[in-house]
Write a protein that binds this ligand. Structure first.
Ligand code: EPZ
Length: 418
């Protein structure tokens, strides 16, 4: 198992390039199941989650090629309409195979994606949507078995603006020759990117990015070529690092307009942040970090995927701040690890009360989930002394070669076999 050894404190300066969005690439790759034509997806980040998706698509009978951030998918002969447990357990987003598979082959069997460190993460909103589209759903020994003689359009009101459920229903509805409405839909930029792809394939989707999406599906969908949007969570992670210890940190290839809530909060902490008209972000940390509270919300609110990184930032702010986590029920696993680095954090329910301290101290810390790992790496970058970050495989799921990118901007970090 690999770990990171980080020698702190570090000043970060120079240029970092943001990769393509993991959470946009994943649904788009599953959307290739909706057609037998060749599909080309560019700016796909090299991540273990993408590798898992490759394995899943290949298992289901797709011919895949992935190299130089370019992913090509074409049809092969033997189709399997099943997503096996040992692949689904590696990546919850495997559930996104369900909508396309159901619409294309009228049947799909997939393992219930287990929960993970951040919560139970049920899929009831997905299944409720499929039922409304006409699917018959059974649960058999931990597998969901869906089939349909005939799928039809529907008006689906989501009880919560679930990102995955919105994507799954949108993909299924795109191959149903009828009208489907999704109300209370998720509004994330990744939904807009997926809708653009589905429209390129021949569907007619209006309203993506708002809470009211209209999908007029088609009997047949075609191949496409698409370049994935930048990863707003990777970009936000480096922006927070710049706020912590940046001296003219330049962040390129990001899409600042996807990060309005973070930018507003960063400016309130007193950081210098400039954005030029190509979207290049320049950040200088401020001597005194003003404490600023956040509440995580569905987009365009403050992203839950930047909550851990914000907690590391507030750990060395000049005063008290409060973080309220409203999306997942157990997303404070990184707090205990930060306390071991000298942070002063108390958790009460879904709130974290943080008293900023002068300095964090290097320690050996354990990563529990992807974004907690990112938060601990940020803490290690500014802590006094050596921080050993264990189980970095979690981080490799969502950050393309993060250690190499950090080295390039001045962080003393190395990846070691434990
Ligand atoms: C997506 O997960 C992202 N993953 C997550 O990023 C992100 O944290 C999350 O959206 C929220 O923004 C991908 O896009 C691959 P949800 P998803 O369905 O779709 C509950 C990362 O680090 N819920 O919007 O699974 C659920 O339990 C990952 O990149 C139901 O109750 O998120 C959670 O509390 C982590 N029933 C809340 O809704 C359902 O059927 C938000 O979940 C579905 C969800």
């Amino acid at each position: 198992m690999e770990c990171f050894i980080i020698e702190g404190p570090n000043i970060v300066t120079g240029e970092v390039k943001i990769s393509g969005s993991k959470n946009s690439a994943l649904p788009i790759l599953f959307a290739t199941i909706l057609t037998d034509d060749k599909c080309i997806v560019e700016n796909v980040p090299e991540l273990s989650d993408i590798k898992t998706t490759y394995e899943l698509l290949a298992y289901c009978g797709k011919e895949c090629f992935f190299g130089f951030n370019r992913f090509e998918v074409s049809q092969s002969s033997n189709i399997k309409t099943e997503a096996p447990y040992d692949l689904v357990r590696k990546m919850r987003a495997s559930v996104l195979i369900a909508g396309p598979m159901l619409a294309k082959y009228k049947r799909v069997k997939f393992s219930m994606p287990g929960g993970c460190a951040i919560g139970v993460r049920p899929i009831d909103i997905h299944l409720d949507g499929f039922k409304k589209l006409g699917a018959d759903i059974k649960l058999e020994e931990g597998y969901v078995v869906m089939s349909a003689k005939h799928l039809h359009g529907a008006k689906i009101n989501l009880k919560f603006p679930s990102v995955g459920a919105t994507e799954n229903i949108m993909m299924a509805a795109s191959l149903i020759d009828d009208l489907t409405i999704i109300e209370n839909a998720a509004k994330e930029p990744e939904i807009v990117d997926l809708a653009e792809v589905l429209n390129k394939m021949g569907a007619c989707i209006e309203g993506a990015g708002s809470s009211f999406i209209k999908i007029r599906g088609k009997k047949r969908l075609f191949g496409f070529k698409h370049r994935v949007i930048p990863d707003r969570i990777e970009c936000g992670t480096f922006m927070i690092l710049g706020a912590l210890s940046g001296r003219r940190l330049v962040i390129k290839h990001g899409q600042p307009k996807h990060l309005d809530s973070l930018i507003r909060k960063l400016k309130m902490t007193g950081v210098f942040l400039d954005i030029d008209d190509e979207g290049t972000i320049i950040i200088d940390s401020s001597k005194l970090i003003k404490p600023v509270n956040i509440v995580t919300k569905p987009y365009p609110g403050f992203p839950t995927d930047l909550q851990a990184q914000w907690m590391s930032y507030m750990s060395v702010a000049n005063g008290r701040s409060i973080i309220t986590e409203k999306i997942f029920e157990n997303r404070f696993m990184h707090a205990a690890e930060l306390v071991r680095m000298g942070a002063n954090i108390n958790i009460k329910g879904n709130k974290a009360y943080i008293e900023g301290v002068k300095k964090l101290k290097g320690a050996t810390v354990m990563v529990s989930d992807l974004r907690a790992g990112a938060g601990l790496v940020l803490a290690g970058c500014i802590a006094d002394g050596v921080t050993k970050v264990r189980r970095v495989y979690h981080i490799d799921r969502g950050y393309e070669r993060i250690d190499e990118k950090l080295k390039l901007i001045g962080v003393k970090i190395k990846r070691e076999e434990e």
